[in-house]
Design a protein around this ligand. Structure first.
Ligand SMILES: O=P(O)(O)OC[C@H]1O[C@H](O[C@H]2O[C@H](CO)[C@@H](O)[C@H](O)[C@H]2O)[C@H](O)[C@@H](O)[C@@H]1O
Length: 252
């Protein structure tokens, strides 16, 4: 059956003393043609709200997106977040810690926009501290966009490349989703709990390693042979069903 990972069992039921960390695109929500086109089902918001309460607030979204974008997508929920691939953290008390954009970034964004205009359907996503170059709508643009990102590294000291689904991103090298989950686990209400992380992409691998090292539960969405995840679910719909079943409430 498509999307089933024969080497990884589905995740077990959770307990109220777990801490739940959830990736967004490709894990909670299906991919869309453009970043702003994803649809967050209303039932998913209800499920997350119920789960957050059940876990005494120990539920965070862990995403490559910006904090304000996440808040808009999941409104009226305002959950703890590790955003921008771990470079922005909002803890349960609402305090936001975020990397400052570097001076060279606006010129890189402008040059990327010029390149994208030469490839119909290619997109630049300017996230302030980071930049994403998307080719989902124009696969032929992958090679020039990757080449641009690799060359741009020389203009952005302290940055690294973050590959993903039909995207290459330039992000600060000082953090990743694994370090972000570890930082949240130092804070209430996450501290002392057994972590669970659900993700689908290469950016999620440091998160899987962090929860594995703490005896937690790592869940890959989809199939990837060399993933560190120890459990798997086939797609975002099955993740929503699993989450919906955890409190024995209605499915998302
Ligand atoms: O860490 P995530 O929550 O999975 O975010 C990763 C990136 O997701 C978004 O891009 C991806 O989803 C888009 C909408 O479905 C899709 O069009 C694109 O091809 C995907 O790469 C988002 O735009 C990025 O900023 C995130 O870093």
């Amino acid at each position: 059956m498509d999307g089933l990972d024969a080497t990884r069992p589905p995740p077990p039921a959770l307990h109220r003393d777990h801490a739940l960390f959830l990736d967004i695109d490709g894990s909670l929500v299906e991919f869309a043609s453009r970043p702003e086109s994803i649809v967050v089902p209303a039932a998913l918001r209800s499920t997350l709200s119920r789960l957050s309460e059940w876990l005494d607030g120990a539920l965070a979204l862990v995403s490559g997106r910006e904090v304000h974008t996440i808040d808009t997508l999941f409104a009226p929920l305002r959950l703890p977040v590790a955003a921008l691939h771990g470079h922005a953290l909002r803890t349960a008390d609402g305090v936001l810690r975020q990397t400052t954009p570097i001076a060279a970034m606006p010129a890189v964004v402008a040059d990327a926009a010029t390149l994208c205009r030469q490839h119909a359907g290619a997109l630049v996503e300017d996230k302030g501290v980071s930049i994403a170059l998307h080719w989902r709508n124009t696969p032929a643009a992958e090679i020039p966009l990757r080449a641009f990102a690799e060359a741009a590294l020389a203009r952005l000291p302290g940055y690294r490349l973050q590959p993903g689904h039909c995207v290459i991103e330039l992000v600060p090298a000082c953090a990743d989703k694994g370090s972000a989950i570890a930082a949240l686990l130092e804070e209430p209400p996450f501290h002392g709990r057994r972590p669970v992380f659900v993700g689908d992409d290469l950016t999620d691998e440091p998160g899987f390693r962090t929860v594995n090292a703490r005896g937690g539960i790592s869940v890959l969405v989809g199939v990837r042979a060399d993933s560190a995840a120890r459990h798997a679910l086939p797609d975002p719909a099955s993740v929503r069903d699993w989450l919906g079943s955890l409190t024995h409430g209605e499915s998302a």
